[in-house]
Write a protein that binds this ligand. Structure first.
Ligand code: UDP
Ligand code: MG
Length: 325
């Protein structure tokens, strides 16, 4: 069965929030006039969220619950929901009502009218976020932009995507993909809807510093090889310095300005450090190549095909390693 709209909601220990989410989102969804499903992804909650979701399931026919076996993190939870959604359009939205559900209708309209694949929810107002959150978030987007990230500044994970977009994202081979960086990289036609970030309806943030750091590391390594390149430059610099120190030790020895044993010690240390640093850099270069290879996705995505438009049986062919043909 295909539906017009799937709404994916990652849920991690949101017992206080879930009833509020349903109260607010359900009337909005029912008023859209499209067939829909709301896919709650229980990201291994350890509070009573699972029980809340079971109740929601009984009361709301359009609700659906996917439970992950263990806490996999926000991005992985969204990915799990997207992979199982049936909608032609898919929206990802936080459970804590920081992303207003009312905006979903606007997103759907923008997508249909503009005939675009992606509609980004862009936070026009973050005054309700804590100062710490704002500063870290701003730093995050600045660093990502420096590393060559494309896309909307201040767009989080509140966005609408077409099925083609989601299929494309899911086909990417990389692990730990950060959707807010990957989706703009596809370059599919997009539009933007602004919204005001609201305060969390209840409970505390499920994004402690450790999870923010993981998101940042995934983002940086997913985006660029710049850190690896740094290794080879530092290695080269270290090599030059170590070589200089070794030379200095030899000269000092020749001039007789050293205590016994000093020259050989310094010489050995500097030469071995130089070799190590250089080897590390070379290793980094090869790791970088492996990394580039495994991260390469399909070279293009077909938008339409006149053959298919005429109703013939033209079918897109994907390399599927699980099939021998
Ligand atoms: N979340 C999740 N798994 C996690 C952490 C968070 O599914 O490991 C969900 C959480 O329930 C919420 C969304 O991701 O629906 C965003 O998390 P949160 O609101 O805590 O992040 P913040 O808004 O503080 O950045
Ligand atoms: Mg939140």
């Amino acid at each position: 069965m295909t539906l017009e709209l799937s709404v994916v909601v990652p849920v991690y220990n949101e017992e206080e929030v879930l009833p509020l989410f349903v109260d607010r989102a359900r009337p909005v969804m029912d008023s859209l006039g499209v067939s829909y499903e709301v896919v709650f992804v229980d990201d291994g909650s350890t509070d009573t969220s699972a029980a809340h979701l079971q109740r929601i399931l009984r009361q709301w026919p359009e609700a659906r619950v996917i439970r992950l076996r263990a806490n996999a993190g926000h991005q992985a939870a969204i990915t799990a929901g997207l992979a199982r959604s049936r909608g032609q359009w898919m929206v990802t939205i936080d459970a804590d009502l920081q992303d207003p559900p009312e905006v979903i209708g606007e997103m759907l309209r923008a997508a249909r009218e503009g005939q675009v694949d992606v509609v980004y929810g862009v936070r026009t107002d973050r005054t309700t976020d804590s100062a710490f959150k704002r500063v870290t978030a701003e730093g995050f987007y600045k660093v990502m932009a420096l590393l060559g990230a494309k896309g909307e500044f201040n767009a989080g994970d509140f966005r609408l995507m077409s099925r083609a977009t989601v299929d494309a994202v899911l086909a990417l081979p990389e692990h730990g993909r950060v959707l807010r960086l990957v989706v703009p990289t596809l370059g599919f036609p997009s539009a933007v809807v602004g919204y005001k970030r609201e305060v969390r309806a209840a409970g505390d943030s499920k994004y402690p510093l450790s999870k923010m750091i993981k998101l940042t590391v995934d983002s940086v390594t997913g985006l660029s090889q710049a850190p690896l390149r740094l290794a080879i430059w530092l290695g080269f610099l270290g090599f030059v310095v170590a070589f200089g120190v070794g030379g200095y030790a030899l000269v000092a020895n020749a001039l007789g300005q050293t205590v016994s044993g000093w020259t050989s010690t310094i010489f050995v240390i500097s030469i071995f450090s130089a070799v190590q640093l250089l080897c590390l850099g070379i290793l980094g270069e090869y790791v970088g190549r492996i990394y580039a290879m495994q991260r390469s996705g399909p070279s293009h995505y077909v938008g339409s095909d006149s053959l298919e438009d005429q109703g013939s049986s033209g079918r897109e062919v994907f390399a599927d390693p699980s099939r021998d043909e």
